[in-house]
Design a protein around this ligand. Structure first.
Ligand code: FAD
Length: 432
């Protein structure tokens, strides 16, 4: 029996596959499309996603092939009327090793994730659509379009906004479709524009942005985003080739459950956003990063916290991207970076700082282990790496494999926390 079957090979499914593969979990990842998808689509990788990608071993490639966001140049009636940046460029600090957005076409982010997955011994199975499934107490029986039937312990629907898995579960997808926000999205080759600016046509003061052409690093392509009737605003630019195109309406929706028995929803299958603020891809990556280590543990009490933790975040992020869409403001502060997101109130968060992102000791955290910040003589086994406490730290802090503080308190209480969640308990007291 396959342990986990992942449906969909977008950023969410690939991140989950890497998380499971590096923990030796038996997995399969199936993709309906006969070839790997193209399209620039989600191009902004937020600081928190970069921290996750550091842990997954892909950040060097992401940074080497991506770029910072270029400054914006805006035009009205054929004239440049404004130049500036969407956000302030921040310096690297200990607490923020990746303080700025990285621009990367989604097809390349996916390619880099697939290469990492291949290093870990797994390939996406193309042309394999999940058409149906049934679950019982011991597992899920899944039907593929290839005619194969797969039996797995857990099924994860990372199959995008139109998720078959969500529909087959009968889970509601509550929210709005903004019919007025009907957009054309295309990757185009053009003549007459420099590649050092993000070019925008419209009235920046009135916040009526009609056409956007953004150059993508390491390509000769611009991403075009426009309302269907606005292209006439653009003069002196010739489109040579349309490499990829899609029309879409903004949808803002969230599934009313992220888990039904042995089946989970993650990424766009669980929540769809407006593109404003670049949150969609990033939130999906973090769903997967939250679910991966829990599924790999096989411990029901840990696994069951996924839905609670990620529904809270999805609700928050949907609110944020909807506000940014309505405000039509291109300025971005820290709120879109996803560094301040926390799991306060989760059953897994205990003590004063329980639920917070640790935000330091990134090198020590890299890998699949927990990190215990403690001055201790106990031995905790391979799963828990012990490091000295932070200056001024009270009590001990246990950091989860996904970088959030799980337990903060005295060491005596830690044993109960660990055994409660089936995490390795202390082995024995080492002699000093
Ligand atoms: C204009 C635009 C700009 C955007 N900008 C940003 C941005 O700057 N930053 C950001 O974070 N996000 C952005 N996004 C959103 C981002 O593209 C999505 O949030 C992201 O693709 C979601 O990833 P996913 O893996 O959850 O789903 P998807 O990428 O949709 O992947 C789902 C996969 O599942 C496959 N599949 C579907 N059904 C089945 C089935 N039954 N069996 C097998 N396979 C199946 C599909 O073929 C697909 O490959 C943008 C989106 C748009 C449209």
């Amino acid at each position: 029996m396959t342990n986990v079957l992942i449906v969909g090979s977008g950023p969410t499914g690939l991140t989950l596959a890497i998380e499971l593969a590096r923990r030796g979990v038996d997995l399969r990842i199936v993709e309906r499309s006969p070839e790997h998808p193209g399209g620039v689509r989600g191009k902004g990788l937020q600081p928190r996603t970069q921290e996750v990608f550091d842990d997954l071993g892909v950040i060097d490639e992401i940074v080497a092939t991506g770029s910072a966001y270029p400054p914006i140049r805006s035009y009205q009636d054929g004239q440049v009327v404004w130049e500036g940046r969407m956000d302030e460029v921040k310096p690297v600090t200990d607490g923020e090793p990746y303080p700025n957005l990285v621009m990367q076409p989604q097809w390349r982010t996916e390619q880099i994730l697939r290469d990492r997955l291949a290093e870990l011994g797994h390939q996406v199975e193309l042309g394999a659509e999940v058409t149906d499934f049934e679950q019982d107490a011991d597992g899920v029986t899944v039907t593929l379009s290839t005619g194969e039937t797969v039996r797995c312990a857990y099924l994860v629907g990372a199959d995008g906004g139109r998720s078959t898995v969500r529909k087959r579960l009968g889970v509601g997808f509550v929210g709005e479709t903004f019919d007025s926000e009907r957009m054309l999205l295309a990757d185009v080759k053009v003549r007459g524009l420099d590649r050092d600016h993000w070019h925008i046509w419209g009235d920046m003061v009135a916040k009526e942005l009609r056409v956007s052409l953004c150059p993508l690093p390491g390509t000769d392509v611009f991403q075009l985003v426009t309302t269907l009737d606005s292209l006439d605003d653009v003069t002196d630019v010739e489109v040579d080739e349309i490499v990829w195109r899609s029309e879409y309406r903004v949808n803002i929706r969230m599934a009313d459950r992220f888990r039904v028995g042995r089946v989970f929803l993650a990424g766009d299958a669980a929540h769809v956003h407006s593109p404003a603020g670049g949150q969609g891809l990033n939130t999906g990556v973090q769903d997967a990063y939250n679910l991966g280590w829990k599924l790999a543990s096989g411990n029901e009490r840990l696994i069951d916290t996924y839905e609670y933790e990620r529904m809270g975040i999805a609700e928050h992020v949907l609110g944020l991207s909807t506000r940014l869409l309505r405000d039509r403001d291109l300025n971005r502060g820290d709120e879109t970076k996803q560094l301040g997101l926390a799991y306060y109130g989760s059953p897994l968060s205990v003590g004063e700082r329980g639920g917070e992102r640790l935000g330091t000791l990134f090198a020590e955290q890299r890998g699949t282990h927990f990190l215990l910040l403690a001055d201790t003589s106990q031995e905790y086994g391979e799963q828990i790496k012990v490091v000295p406490p932070l200056p001024g730290q009270e009590g001990v802090m246990l950091v989860r494999p996904d970088g959030y503080i799980g337990y903060h308190g005295d060491e005596a209480g830690l044993s109960a926390y660990l055994s409660g969640f089936g995490i390795a308990a202390p082995l024995a007291s080492a002699s000093r």
